[in-house]
Design a protein. Sequence first.
Lengths: 44, 134
Amino acid sequence: MTELQISLQQFGKIIVYDENSASHTLSALWQQHNAALFFVRHFG
Amino acid sequence: MADLEQQRQRFVEENAELAVIGSGAVSHLKSFRGVTGYKGKLFSDPSRETFRILGLTSGVSGLIGRKSISRAFSALRRGILPGSLQGSALQLGGAIVVSPQESILYSYRSSEAGDDPPVEEILKAVSLSEKAES
C-alpha cells in the first residue's frame, strides 16, 4: 500500500472516456459502492 | 493483469465497482477487451491527468527493473510476443480504492513495469470496508 494524499474532489472531476467516446466523470464510479480503479500502463 | 476478467467477478461478489483506466487513445479500448477478455468498466484518460495526480509517472529507470525483465522473459517463454505499444511508454500503473464517503481506502503505485497492483490486497480493502458499513 502506498501513502496517497490527494484532493478527491479534484480527482473526481476528471473526465475519462469509454470505447464509444462517451465521457464519464470519475467520481461517478464511487457514488454507490466502493470502487477499485486499476490504472494500466498501456492497452497494448 | 491477464486474468482481469476472472478477478472482476470477485469484485462483483464484494459489491464493489471495478474499473480499468488506461492512458492510450480511446480507439485502443476495443483491442484491449479483445486481448484480455475483460468485460467490465473500461476507460481511457488520454490527458493522463489521473496518472499525474496519482504520481504514476516514470522515467526510463522504471521500465527496466527486475520485475519487468522477468515478466518479459516469462511471456516470451509462453510464446507471447510483444505487440505495438498503445499508450505512453514511460507510464507506470497503480490502483486506488475509493468509498462513497469520499475516502481513499487503499492506493498502490507500481514501482516499475511488471509490478502489478496486488489484487488480493485490494479485494481485502474493498471487503473490510463493505463489512464495516453493513
